[in-house]
Design a protein around this ligand. Structure first.
Ligand code: AGP
Length: 599
């Protein structure tokens, strides 16, 4: 969703804000804007589209000396991506930026219009600044006015507000949407929606809890209800850069074999799986698992359901979080509730977790961002250690999620006695081999580049697979949809003949995942049915398939998970090369955002 930043300090304010927004642009890029205040004078700039348009607009503007500033990069929820709807939104003498959704904005707007206030935009956010100024007349004390404003808001929000009536102050509030405050020894204060913009700037940060309202000046920081808890911030800017690759997505695909070693280190042993985050006691009284997630994380969950049932012999039920929220699910306290999320901020997954906690279930998060809202709420968390993922299309986070879930299934298997001894050691030997598989699978990149030119048009794609490879087919289709804007579906290979095969003709591209170690002959006969109806077949398999129009040969492996990870990389590279050939920005595909913090 949106990205917001704030700064108080003596360095050039505009560039602090723009540099911060650059690190958050993957969260939303419909428009961007800043407001800068010095000696009570406020300058504000807004531009539609990418941050580069705002940079162009502000190139003549700069500041010197102490001042405050707020900035925003937008993913439109209410009101089209126009300059009027871009943030910051202004009142008579105040400016506000906001990430989230004010659900009762219509009622507030009607009340304010009755007070004679005119609105410039179609956004929900604009009500905040006008309500603040109304409350300021009533209260006089600006912090009391700000608190009174926030109390009237329903929904999710991270808000930063500046006002000429308090020239050196930033007012802040957080509920549902993420907000981090940072500071350093130079007396500078930073705000951001994630810690990426704070790396290399702030020495310590505080991750705001829901319900936090406060204000900060160069010499005073006040927060209700609790003083903010600051922790040191590590990390370096270099890893956050593109490192010579064309896109962050490409860099993150190539990083998978390295980050996978980080995910496994200290956890995948020669004869066991160990997690410092959970122990055997954590599984006591657990006889079933329910997993909730969205998008790519949901596909990782679905893949893991085959592993938990096959290896751990524990029943698993996988839910799409946005559906789970309103189905009044039957939850039993012998259920371990697992949520999976790269960002740790996805609203539907976060709310599903809250429901499970309210129902008294034991909860476990598999997440990539430490200190995110989901991490702070779950009873225990296993971090995927994939590092910052900037490409909106998730790649390395998916790979490490699947690995952690495979590790969890072996951890449960050992605790439940469904796998041990040599069988366990053999499974772990295959697991240790995954980083090598991920590295070798990059060898097909050139082939994907060449093939991509033949898969640019047609009337659609079906990615098909069986068993574990059905969720992988779903993931391949999602990757292609997200960045190429071509229509694609993932489908169980055996299900095609129950309807979708009606779409088969030469213009229908079938990407067939054909692993040798799992149901090869069954999948082959399903692909033959499609070939018989003239569908254009691209087979991804260690075995040449005579009926395929094109093929990508993968390495022969003796374990389905090794084939899974290799075919995952092939799907990622193929989708990326098709999108690049179509001239798309694969890091910031249209209409999408990296973490979805609204419903
Ligand atoms: C995946 O490429 C997409 N960015 C999207 O489907 C994503 O997986 C989904 O929004 C869930 O995000 P999360 O893992 O951060 O919760």
């Amino acid at each position: 969703m949106c990205g917001i930043v704030g700064y108080i300090g003596k360095r050039e304010i505009k560039s602090r804000l723009i540099e911060g927004l650059r690190e958050l642009e993957y969260r939303g890029y419909d428009s961007a804007g800043i407001a800068v205040m010095q000696q009570g004078r406020i300058e504000s700039f807004k531009a539609v589209g990418k941050l580069s348009n705002l940079e162009e607009k502000t190139k003549e503007f700069s500041t010197e000396g102490l001042g405050v500033g707020i900035g925003h990069t937008r993913w439109a929820t209410h009101g089209k991506p126009t300059e009027l709807n871009a943030h910051p939104h202004m009142g008579e003498y105040s400016y506000v930026v906001h990430n989230g959704i004010i659900e009762n904005y219509r009622e507030i707007k009607q009340m304010l219009e009755k007070e004679g206030i005119t609105f410039l935009s179609q956004t929900d956010t604009e009500v905040i600044v006008h309500l603040f100024e109304l409350e300021a007349e009533r209260h006089g004390d600006l912090f009391e006015a700000f608190k009174a404003t926030i109390e009237q808001l329903d929904g999710a929000y991270a808000v930063l507000l500046v006002t000429q009536k308090a020239p050196d102050t930033i007012f802040f509030a957080r509920k549902g949407s993420p907000m981090i405050i940072g500071r350093n020894g130079r007396g500078e204060i930073f705000f951001a929606s994630s810690d990426a913009p704070l790396i290399g700037e702030a020495e310590e940060v505080a991750y705001m809890e829901d319900g936090t309202v406060g204000y900060v000046t160069p010499d005073r920081l006040h927060a209700d209800p609790e003083p903010l808890l600051f922790v040191p911030l590590s990390g370096d800017k270099v890893t956050a850069q593109k490192g010579g690759y064309r896109f962050f997505m490409e860099k993150e695909i190539y990083e998978q074999y390295e980050v996978m070693s980080d995910t496994m280190i200290g956890r995948v042993l020669d004869d066991d799986i160990a997690f410092e985050e959970i122990d055997a006691a954590f599984l006591e009284d657990i006889s079933r698992i329910k997993i909730c997630a969205c998008g790519t994380s949901y596909h990782a969950a679905l893949a893991s359901s085959y592993l938990f049932e096959r290896l751990s012999k524990i029943p698993v039920n996988v839910e799409i979080a946005s559906e789970f929220r309103y189905k009044e699910p039957l939850l039993t306290d012998d259920t371990l509730f697992i949520v999976i999320s790269q960002s740790g901020e996805t609203a539907d997954t976060l709310e599903a977790l809250k429901m499970a906690k309210e129902a008294g279930l034991k909860t476990l998060a598999v997440c990539n961002v430490d200190n995110s809202s989901i991490v702070r709420l779950a009873d225990a968390t296993i971090l995927t250690r994939a590092g910052i993922e900037k490409g909106v299309a998730s790649t390395k986070a998916f790979a490490t999620q699947v690995m952690v879930l495979w590790m969890l299934s072996l951890f449960f298997a050992k605790k439940r006695g469904s796998m041990e001894g040599e069988a366990m050691r053999e499974e772990l030997r295959f697991m240790h081999y995954v980083p090598k598989v991920l590295q070798k699978s990059l060898e097909v990149h050139e082939k994907c580049k060449r093939l991509s030119k033949r898969y640019l048009h047609g009337h659609g794609f079906f990615f098909i697979g069986r068993d574990l490879f059905y969720p992988l087919a779903l993931e391949g289709a999602l990757k292609l949809k997200e960045i190429s804007y071509l229509h694609a579906e993932g489908y169980p290979a055996g299900e095609m003949k129950h309807g979708p095969i009606a779409l088969a003709d030469a213009e229908l591209f079938t990407i067939a995942l054909m692993p040798k170690t799992l149901l090869y002959d069954k999948t082959k006969s399903n692909v033959e049915e499609l070939s018989a109806r003239d569908s254009t077949i691209l087979s991804i398999s260690p075995e040449m398939f005579e009926l395929a129009d094109d093929f990508i040969l993968t390495h022969p492996h003796n374990h389905p998970m090794l084939e899974f990870f290799e075919m995952m990389v092939v799907e990622q590279l193929l989708a990326m090369e098709i999108a690049i050939r179509l001239g798309n920005d694969v890091d910031m595909p249209r209409n999408l955002a990296k973490s979805v913090t609204v419903e």
